[in-house]
Design a protein around this ligand. Structure first.
Ligand SMILES: NC(=O)c1ccc[n+]([C@@H]2O[C@H](COP(=O)([O-])OP(=O)(O)OC[C@H]3O[C@@H](n4cnc5c(N)ncnc54)[C@H](OP(=O)(O)O)[C@@H]3O)[C@@H](O)[C@H]2O)c1
Length: 267
């Protein structure tokens, strides 16, 4: 198992992409801390599913840590990283996945909503990167990996979703700045920018007609499966990508390639 004895923390990991990433890391042999935000049925279901996975594989359920924290809270993130170290050991991989979005015309935005989205989507990853870097640097020979789950909207403007777009743009800069700052200490920071993924963030995709209309906007005519994102996280966290740092890999079926140019409409 490629990730045997590696220790990973995935934020916002009781649903969608985060849950699939945590599952794939566990399957690959890692010990995984699953960060959750809400004390709800998703938390219980995730804990049950992942414990079953470990038991079936003959592994101790202590290889899984469910850890509650609001990633935008400095106090809660610091406590989360301490729990990970105390219960699982020294961290090898952080996946900044937690994120939120909402639609609103930019001129009607509520300042509290702006604050919240920037806090969860940008301040959260900054705080978690900070704690992860402290953990990596504790080692006499430092090493570590961070993967940020960004979005095609780190580049592609998303009218009506200003705080989301801005936060993902900030995440791109965070990825590149930290990659440069820590490149000489065996610490790599990369990002994945998904296109349209079928998760609870996109409830409208439940509707068949909307799904078909969405596919029409995507050059490959596919909605992205969270498993594709998870496979890319494993690649970015492995030695197979040991010289890859500061990069964003777009998994978007060509969505960010200006699809309207697929057919020639220019003179
Ligand atoms: N779905 C897409 O099409 C798509 C496309 C591009 C990028 N992404 C990115 O992928 C990431 C995962 O999204 P998803 O699609 O898998 O949606 P999701 O299922 O809604 O996952 C988001 C997760 O973030 C958690 N979260 C929210 N606020 C948090 C906080 N303050 N602290 C800790 N966790 C918090 C949520 O937990 P609670 O529900 O308990 O609050 C949830 O588990 C996000 O960063 C998103 O921007 C998604």
């Amino acid at each position: 198992m490629k990730f045997k004895d590696k220790i990973a923390l995935v934020t916002g990991a009781t649903s969608g992409i985060g849950k699939k990433v945590a599952t794939s890391l566990l399957e690959a042999g890692a010990k995984v801390a699953v960060n959750y935000h809400s004390e709800d049925s998703k938390r219980d279901e995730t804990a049950r599913d992942l414990r079953t996975l470990l038991t079936v594989a003959g592994r101790p359920t202590s290889d899984l840590l469910m850890v509650k924290a609001d990633v935008s809270s400095p106090k809660e993130t610091a406590s989360m990283f301490k729990q990970v170290e105390d219960r699982l050991g020294p961290l090898d991989l952080l996946v900044n996945n937690a994120g939120i979005q909402s639609e609103c015309p930019s001129h009607e935005l509520d300042p509290d909503r702006i604050k919240l989205e920037l806090a969860v989507n940008l301040m959260g990853p900054i705080l978690c990167c900070r704690s992860a870097l402290q953990a990596f640097l504790k080692n006499r020979s430092p090493q570590g990996c961070i993967v940020n789950i960004s979005s095609v909207h780190e580049d592609v403007p998303k009218p009506g979703f200003l705080p989301y777009s801005v936060s993902k743009g900030g995440l791109r800069n965070l990825t590149r700045t930290l990659a440069l700052e820590y490149a000489d200490r065996n610490i790599r920071i990369n990002a994945i920018a998904p296109g349209a993924v079928y998760t609870k963030m996109n409830p409208q995709l439940k509707d068949k007609q909307t799904r078909e209309e969405t596919k029409d906007q995507i050059p490959t005519r596919t909605i992205i499966d969270p498993a594709e994102i998870a496979r890319c996280v494993l690649f970015l966290a492995s030695d197979e990508s040991k010289n890859l740092t500061g990069q964003t890999i777009r998994i978007d079926g060509g969505l960010s390639l200006y699809p309207s140019f697929q057919e020639n409409w220019t003179s």
